[in-house]
Write a protein that binds this ligand. Structure first.
Ligand SMILES: CC(=O)SCCNC(=O)CCNC(=O)[C@H](O)C(C)(C)COP(=O)(O)OP(=O)(O)OC[C@H]1O[C@@H](n2cnc3c(N)ncnc32)[C@H](O)[C@@H]1OP(=O)(O)O
Ligand SMILES: CC(=O)C(=O)O
Length: 532
């Protein structure tokens, strides 16, 4: 039996562009639209023609899409003028987009307060605008703004707006929880009522996430009969965001048995598409993002790992590979032998499970975590620790000594200047290198001096970049004597990333340990031979 279809409407480029801190360029929009098209999304809302030069440029030369339909967003005509004489509406209709989505008021309070017109005129604005849009575009839809608040306040008027849109030719009547305050049981009940007046296969849902329920509300609407879902990649959107399509898609397909048109290949692409958006926005991916996050199938508790070793279904709600993700075992003070052994397999370290060194490594990890190390976030440092205890890590260099001078002064123009100078003495094979370097702070100066000392023997260190540097005070009651933990994330020229950790009452010393681990890890992974 064929599966029932739910249509996906992506609003990343429109509502997602209303996210604070997000400012798409035209190339961003084009790249995201192409990725959504490859994923198999039915509709891509490109923006609002006439609202800003970026959206005009995008619609002026839209990307060629092979599967998705490009939609132009806009609003109904303003009160007191005809649709054909409304420049805002005409800019949307002149965009030549084949699909047009118009938003209109459906909450009586908004009509009288924001539009300052009568309820009847609002119904005429909806009818006139949609009819004109129907003459210009192949497909027209209507976003019922504030539908759920409107329905609670005046169900007759909210329904009249939805019916007017339906009778004026809208293919989809999309019920919007614009303020995001409606809960799933309310959405399900209200959509079921609306489906008595507008057929369910003409109803869509557009939810905001102000109570963290946008995904649940969208699923509730589908349960009540709606067959189009509007959402965004990674839940971007105004205020707290929109329904996250990256979470909705697997739930609709894997758990509710719907066909959303993207097939198994699309589903396996989901994680990559989610990452692509983070890359474009220069954002760290959310580790805990449902289905696609790095931690979504990461197992930390010893009991969990012991059971997933026997059967992954014991602690996984779906097979991670279905959405392009992977199982991952982390090591920490919550770990038992199973975590350590599973991690060894992941990093390709062979060891007899009965080897007493396994137990001593578990103990060492627990002791070091008690001192402040955090190996669940610093897997490169864990690998070095494990290999040092069980196997072998080449001694690429030995940091014999370093000194850092940190200066803060006012220059001749009276401007505040901070500068640091580091000297390092490093043994490499039989040679000792002594280098001096400047930096804008002590860690930067040390990093520059160490790399200067190493680069002759190990040219690869030049391409190593620090992409994140986090300091955490572990004993805050000790004031400036507190123990600090430094976590450093590094990246090489191929884009591979790894994290290392250092702990010390001296913040510079903690940074030096994390940095040294980072360089050693990179050289070891690259199979570099230690200089003689
Ligand atoms: C629920 C949503 O998220 S809808 C999408 C919201 N997105 C955006 O607003 C982003 C793009 N918007 C814009 O660039 C601008 O707001 C524009 C170009 C659309 C309009 O700009 P301006 O003409 O300067 O108007 P401004 O934004 O100040 O106010 C909106 C006007 O539209 C009216 N309006 C609001 N909704 C509707 C509607 N559905 N139909 C007709 N008029 C409407 C408001 O009453 C207000 O009219 P007023 O100026 O007479 O008070
Ligand atoms: C249309 C829209 O973005 C909303 O009502 O939330």
């Amino acid at each position: 039996m064929s599966k029932e279809r739910v249509y996906l409407y992506d609003s990343t480029l429109r509502d997602g562009g209303q996210t604070q801190g997000v400012d798409f360029s035209v190339p961003d929009k084009i790249a995201i639209a192409r990725a959504l098209d490859r994923l198999g999304i039915d509709y891509i809302e490109g923006g609002w023609p006439g609202a800003n030069p970026t959206d005009d440029a995008f619609f002026g030369a839209p990307p060629k899409l092979s599967r998705a339909r490009l939609s132009a967003f806009g609003m109904t005509r303003r009160p007191g003028r005809s649709a054909a004489n409304d420049p805002g509406l005409m800019a949307v209709l002149n965009s030549k987009a084949k699909v047009v989505c118009l938003v209109g008021k459906t909450w009586d309070f908004h009509v009288t307060t924001a539009l300052n017109c009568t309820l009847d005129e609002n119904l005429e604005m909806i009818a006139d605008s949609l009819k004109l849009a129907g003459e210009r575009a192949e497909e027209v839809m209507f976003d019922c703004e504030h539908f759920f608040d409107g329905y609670k306040a005046n169900p007759g008027f909210a329904l009249a707006c939805a019916r007017t849109a339906y009778e004026s030719g809208a293919r989809w009547i999309v019920l919007c929880d614009t303020n995001g305050g409606t809960l799933p049981h309310e959405v399900e009940a209200i959509v079921a009522e609306v489906a008595k007046h507008v057929p369910g296969d003409r109803l869509g849902i557009h939810c905001h996430n102000d109570t963290e329920n946008a995904v649940a509300n969208s699923l509730a609407a589908v349960r009540a009969g709606a067959r189009q879902i509007q959402g965004t990649l990674n839940g971007l959107g105004e205020r707290c965001g929109n329904a996250n399509l990256v979470s909705l898609i697997p739930s609709l397909t894997l758990k509710m048995g719907f066909d959303v048109g993207i097939g198994e290949d699309g589903l396996r692409n989901l994680r990559d598409v989610s990452r692509m958006l983070d890359e474009r926005l220069n954002r760290q991916p959310n580790r805990q993002q449902a289905y696609v996050g790095e931690s979504a199938f990461a197992h930390k508790g010893g009991l969990h790992v012991s059971a997933i070793e026997k059967d992954p279904r014991s602690y996984e709600h779906v097979d991670p590979s279905l959405i392009g993700n992977a199982r991952h075992v982390v090591v920490s003070d919550q770990a038992g032998r199973s975590n350590i052994l599973a991690r060894f397999r992941e990093i390709g370290l062979e060891i007899d499970p009965k080897d007493p060194k396994v137990n001593s490594l578990v103990e060492t990890v627990k002791e070091r975590e008690f001192e402040g190390y955090a190996y669940d976030g610093a897997e490169a440092s864990f690998e070095l620790l494990a290999r040092r205890m069980l196997d072998h890590v080449p001694q690429f260099f030995t940091l014999q000594r370093f000194r850092v001078m940190d200066e803060r002064r006012f220059n001749a123009r009276g401007q505040l200047v901070t500068e640091a100078e580091a000297t390092v003495s490093v043994a490499i094979g039989n040679a000792v290198r002594y280098e001096v370097a400047l930096g804008n702070g002590p860690v930067n100066a040390f990093d520059n001096a160490l790399r200067k000392a190493l680069v002759g023997d190990y040219p690869g260190v030049e391409h190593l970049q620090l992409v994140d540097y986090k300091v955490r005070i572990l004993t805050p009651n000790d004031g400036t004597r507190a123990i600090t933990r430094v976590m450093i994330e590094s990246e090489d020229a191929d884009g591979e990333r790894w994290t290392t950790v250092g702990v010390s009452p001296n913040i510079l010393n903690a940074s030096v340990d994390a940095l040294s681990d980072s360089i050693t890890y990179k050289l070891m992974r690259a199979g570099v031979r230690p200089a003689a």
